[in-house]
Design a protein around this ligand. Structure first.
Ligand code: AMP
Length: 398
């Protein structure tokens, strides 16, 4: 079975074509600058191809993707008919779409109704789905939501302590994001330690440019750090993570900023970039810190503290912990962050083997637990696209 996985952003369209029998990626690529020029990079194995193309919208970008996938020079299939199903990454499924779903007219209509609470990611996802329905009307399409892993979170952990009408009428609540990644790595961790997921309490740390931490008890998410939007929680590349909300109104009152300006500051100019003044890429922040830059050193401390606090609170919520998982760009690659996060956590049973942590093998589940420690600590590479392909295969085969 061949499954095309699509991830539509506001000006981008990422794709991967999977051969499910061998879990192989036949081809993958990215369309960029959609709506403002256009550029495509396409990879088949080690061969890479790129081209400037005019992409006025996601539909034209998708046409280009399909023609490349079928082309003699760079293609991997003879015709679009070989694509058995399409899986779409959809950031937000609102309160109703609690699991991955076959895309029907009513699913698209519901996604349109929740655009107000998902203004950045909703419209491109819907555009990607509509483009696919128009170009491949007979191919089953599946939507996989970042939020659906959190459908098991209880109301006492998703309702904010603001007037209840804002939840009832405006649907303001914690939704959580990156769920597909947390779902994938929690299942992989259970496989790696050879125990049923139902018997495990774990905390999964997805640390990348966007970061989130999730408490998973018995395979079910019970709490997560991102909230109404992906703004809440850990310090991120350019996002502040959790702050006192009064900072927003104070900035508006004293500086005359508009709501949009404050949102841009907290979303695009904060986090690692905002505090260090150097970069949203942690590698650059570390280089500056090593040269003695105070703000870079402070940034790293803020990041590590924000992660530690969440780990502690989730251990408290679950009354224990069997495994701690690190994933995504920082989690998978930055030994120093893993070491700092796990430092002075022996009270909770978290202790890592610093040699194994420093000399880890990339790209595979890797155990960095100190011998005899109570909590297993693992690096698990995430693979959201493959998780989307698996859900798509399951639903499309029904
Ligand atoms: P992501 O959003 O998952 O791509 O993660 C981006 C973050 O991961 C950046 O802050 C990078 O510093 C970090 N990162 C990504 N790849 C590497 C790598 N190979 N080595 C060290 N850090 C990395």
């Amino acid at each position: 079975m061949k499954i095309l996985v699509l991830n539509a952003g506001s000006s981008s369209l990422k794709y991967q074509l999977f051969l499910m029998e061998s879990s192989e990626v036949l081809a993958k690529g990215t369309c960029e600058r959609i709506g403002a020029g256009g550029f495509i990079t396409h990879k088949r194995g080690d061969e890479a191809y790129s081209e400037e193309v005019d992409f006025p919208n996601h539909g034209v970008a998708l046409e280009k993707v399909l023609s490349l996938l079928c082309s003699k020079e760079y293609g991997v299939i003879g015709s679009v008919k070989e694509i058995d199903a399409v899986g779409h990454r959809v950031a937000h499924g609102g309160e109703k779409l609690k699991e991955s779903s076959l895309i029907t007219e009513s699913v698209v209509k519901y996604l349109e109704t929740i655009v107000p609470i998902n203004p950045l990611h909703g419209p491109p996802a819907i555009a990607g789905i509509k483009a696919c329905l128009a170009l491949m009307p007979d191919v089953p399409q599946v939507a996989v939501f970042d939020t659906s892993f959190y459908s098991t979170v209880e109301d006492s952990r998703f309702v904010y302590a603001i007037p209840y009408e804002f939840y009832e009428n405006d649907k303001i609540r914690r939704y959580g994001f990156h769920g597909t990644s947390h779902r994938y790595v929690s299942a992989e961790l259970a496989k790696a330690v050879g125990k049923p997921i139902e018997d495990l309490k774990m905390i999964t740390c997805h640390l990348g440019n966007g970061s989130s931490i999730t408490a998973v008890d018995g395979g079910k998410a019970i709490d997560t750090s991102m909230g109404f939007t992906p703004q809440e929680g850990v310090v991120m590349g350019t996002r502040s993570g959790s702050i006192d909300p009064t900072v927003v109104t104070y900035l508006m009152k004293t500086k005359g900023y508009t709501a949009q300006e404050v949102e841009d500051i907290l979303n695009k100019k904060s986090g690692l970039l905002g505090v260090s003044g150097i970069s949203n890429d942690l590698r650059n922040v570390f280089s500056a810190a090593e040269e003695g830059n105070y703000r870079a050193q402070l940034t790293i401390k803020l990041l590590v503290n924000s992660i530690k606090k969440l780990i502690g609170s989730y251990v408290a919520e679950m009354n224990g912990l069997d495994a701690l998982v690190f994933t995504a760009g920082i989690g998978e690659n930055q030994s120093n962050v893993r070491e700092m996060v796990c430092e002075n956590m022996s009270y909770l049973g978290i202790e890592i083997d610093t040699d194994r942590n420093a000399n880890f093998t990339r790209g595979i589940p890797f155990n960095i637990t100190k011998d005899g420690a109570k909590v297993q600590v693992w690096i698990i590479p995430t693979n959201e696209e493959y998780m989307i392909a698996i859900d798509t295969q399951r639903l499309a085969s029904k």
